[in-house]
Design a protein around this ligand. Structure first.
Ligand code: ADP
Ligand code: MG
Length: 702
């Protein structure tokens, strides 16, 4: 049960003044929590932390205010000069003065009566905004703040700047956050006193208040104790949750799966290649786990194209030999279908039946799969989340494999676990997470790594090209198509809007169609599943030669004869994502090229990123560089790719506290495994605050 004291924070955000359905929809774009289908809550707003601050403390007086400077001025209103009738392009000016001079407060498309109301002639006011010298005369266009002298205190002298989303005014956002802060209940301290002291952490509520109402720019900095406190809270919540899950999953002891290797041998015989050394090694580790009576909890980490799927399949074969079923869960429908296409024919060679279950299987097809799973006549199933819905029952699920795990939360992992009698778990990820961070994302799993690429792979040549030379690129693509090559064309990620992102892909497809006609296909996240499949299939079969897409083609797609990938606006992508995208090519035996199309001028970080991409294909090197270069975001990928992002912690700023949080969590649970001590109770509150309450349900007393 959720502690009642948190109720005010779990109330819908619409319960705040000035937050209606429209505003909430915009707020949902910027709250860091992954809302899924739930609505935004008051508490979600607390974690919308500022990107920077505007310092309005400078009060130089009109005459001394420099061009472009943000200043706060104490003024007396002198006169209003509305735009002449019918001349909307001339601004409305309000002249005001202080002892040093006169300034024109300038408003375009002004609402005259409103301006007269807030700035009556003769009134003393305080304004704050950017100083401009227009024709040698001081002016301020649309001051950020206008207040009467009496309300001057309400003017934020250090103003936090929040992430923006179209349509949401900073003022509305600030007001909503201010109210949310007002609803913070008094909460017990969940941190250890010694850590508070050593790190000079303020209390949770004080930390939030300091960041949202800074009195000095440093207050809102991620390096400041206030923000570090919140980051540490989040790390601790994460580590406690992972430790609880782990304790629980290990408590359910597993089953020793014995196999004679017969089915595996048949599948191996059907493979057109032999396994790499690291595939063999990983498989041996997996087999050893499966044979043991304890449950397997293993992470299979391998760069894109390293061949994780076949390792999964051979592990599944072992499960079948032991008389059980195996499930492989993918994050998207496209990937599930791709896995089916790989696995089903190979499994058939061994006399094993494979089915697929996604949201799209309906009616009779679905019934057939469900009954096959229930009576055990289906040995392998691949699918999406649909696999662990309540009405899906297995005859005897002994092995659950999760591909690209970072898209799934702890919750899904547990749901999958619940489908069998403590099935062995294998989690596969292409994210080249450095070892220390594996811990954060996956808890204490055993790790196997695929460190080499299948033999015969040719390196990918990576080139950078400014937009101005697009024509040259088009020319090369003509040649490539004439030679029978296939091209991915990735369109820029537009953070603010899926709409724009979509338009950019559609526009690009349209311009490419002018050149290449029907050879151009399009795929994007808004398309219905069937249409996506059709687009993928057409590309795979060669009906289309260029596949234009948004980053939906990022993860896992396998079209071995695609040899060129063009990434448009490459400067907007993070390193990890560029690397993932590049991994779509270089999968066959032909030389491949990655073209990073960029818009000059490049910023320093973007330039460095593109350089790293040109220099190396090693996912781990790239991950390390990424960690160094990140200004924002998390190592595990961008939020767009559904990575487990932190709400408030910034890995690049706060990673130093990770291990402490892990040790702290372990110690806490060692002393108080059911979280019933006073600190334990307080930590439950923490888990709810950071959306880790799934873990609370694992507690006996929870
Ligand atoms: P990922 O690790 O990115 O999921 P996949 O499992 O999709 O990689 O494998 C990428 C490609 O490599 C597939 O086309 C697969 O058939 C092929 N492949 C896998 N293992 C080998 C191998 N040992 N030798 C040659 N090709 C392989
Ligand atoms: Mg894969």
């Amino acid at each position: 049960m959720r502690p009642a004291l948190l109720d005010p924070l779990f109330a819908p955000a619409t319960s705040l003044e000035g937050v209606g359905p429209k505003v909430v929809a915009m707020l949902e774009n910027i709250v860091p929590a992954d809302l899924g289908t739930r609505e935004a809550r008051v508490g979600d707003l607390l974690f919308v932390l500022p990107n920077s601050v505007i310092d309005r403390r400078s009060r130089p007086g009109i005459a001394q205010a420099a061009e472009g400077q943000i200043v706060t001025l104490e003024l007396t209103v002198d006169r209003h000069q509305p735009a002449p009738r019918g001349k909307r392009s001339v601004p409305y000016r309000v002249y005001a003065f202080d002892e040093t001079g006169e300034i024109a407060l300038t408003f375009f498309h002004a609402n005259g009566p409103w301006l007269e109301k807030i700035m009556p002639v003769g009134a003393e006011i305080v304004v704050s905004g950017r100083m401009e010298w227009f024709n040698g005369r001081p002016s301020m266009v649309h001051p950020d703040h206008i207040a009467s002298a009496e309300e001057a205190d309400s003017l934020p002298l250090i103003e936090p700047v929040y992430p923006l989303t179209a349509g949401l005014s900073p003022k509305t956002l600030r007001r909503a956050i201010g109210q949310a802060l007002g609803r913070l209940p008094e909460m017990p301290e969940w941190q250890d006193a010694e850590i508070l002291r050593r790190q000079t952490f303020p209390a949770f509520d004080l930390a939030l208040k300091r960041i949202h109402n800074p009195t000095d720019p440093i207050d809102a900095s991620p390096q400041n104790a206030a923000w570090r406190r919140l980051a540490y809270d989040e790390f601790l919540a994460g580590q406690v949750a992972l430790a609880l899950v782990r304790a629980r999953t290990r408590r359910l002891s597993g089953r020793a799966l014995q196999g004679d290797g017969a089915l595996e041998a048949k599948i191996r015989a059907a493979l057109p290649y032999s396994l790499t050394r690291s595939q063999e090694q990983a498989l041996a580790e997996i087999h050893a786990d499966l044979t043991k009576p304890e449950r397997m909890l293993r992470l299979l980490q391998g760069d894109v194209g390293s061949g994780k799927t076949v390792v999964a399949l051979l592990a599944m074969a072992r499960a079948a030999e032991a008389g059980g079923q195996a499930a492989l869960m993918a994050p998207t429908e496209i990937l599930a279908r791709q896995h089916l296409a790989t696995i089903a024919p190979l499994a058939e060679q061994a006399g094993l039946k494979t089915a697929i279950l996604t949201g799209r299987e309906k009616g009779r097809d679905r019934e057939t799969v469900l009954s096959g799973l229930a009576d055990g006549s289906i040995h392998f199933v691949v699918g999406t989340h649909a696999l662990f819905q309540e009405h899906v029952a297995f005859h005897d699920l002994v092995l659950a494999i999760i591909d690209e795990q970072h898209r799934f939360g702890v919750h899904q992992r547990l749901a999958m676990t619940a489908k069998g009698d403590a099935p062995d778990m294998l989690v596969m990820t292409a994210t080249p997470i450095p070892r220390t961070l594996v811990l954060t994302a996956f808890g204490d799993m055993d790790v196997s790594r695929l460190t080499e690429k299948p033999a015969g792979r040719r390196p990918i040549t990576t080139v950078t090209l400014p937009f101005e030379r697009l024509n040259q690129l088009i020319g090369r693509i003509h040649t490539a198509i004439a030679e029978g090559q296939k091209i991915y064309w990735i369109c820029p990620l537009v953070e603010e809007s899926e709409e724009i992102e979509l338009t950019s892909a559609e526009d690009r497809a349209a311009t490419l169609r002018n050149e290449f006609g029907d050879a151009v296909g399009l795929i994007h996240g808004r398309m219905a599943g069937r249409d996506k499949d059709a687009a993928m299939l057409a590309f795979k079969n060669g009906e289309t030669r260029i596949l234009v897409g948004t980053t939906v083609i990022e993860v896992g797609i396998d079209v071995p004869d695609a040899t060129i990938i063009v990434i448009e606006h490459a400067e907007r992508f993070g390193l990890a994502q560029l690397h993932q995208l590049r991994g779509r090519v270089g999968r066959g035996d032909r030389a491949s090229t990655c073209v990073l199309l960029y818009k000059a001028p490049l910023g320093e970080v973007a330039r460095r990123r593109l350089e790293v991409m040109r220099q190396t294909e090693d996912g781990f090197v790239i991950a390390e560089e990424d960690l160094k270069l990140r200004g924002e975001g998390e190592l595990l990928g961008t939020r767009q790719s559904g990575a487990p992002s932190f709400l408030v912690a910034r890995i690049e700023e706060h990673a130093d506290m990770l291990e402490t949080a892990r040790d702290d969590a372990r110690l806490l649970l060692a002393r108080d495994p059911e979280l019933t001590s006073p600190r334990g109770e307080a930590v439950r509150t923490l888990l709810y605050l950071f959306g880790r309450d799934d873990a609370v349900r694992l507690l006996r007393a929870g």
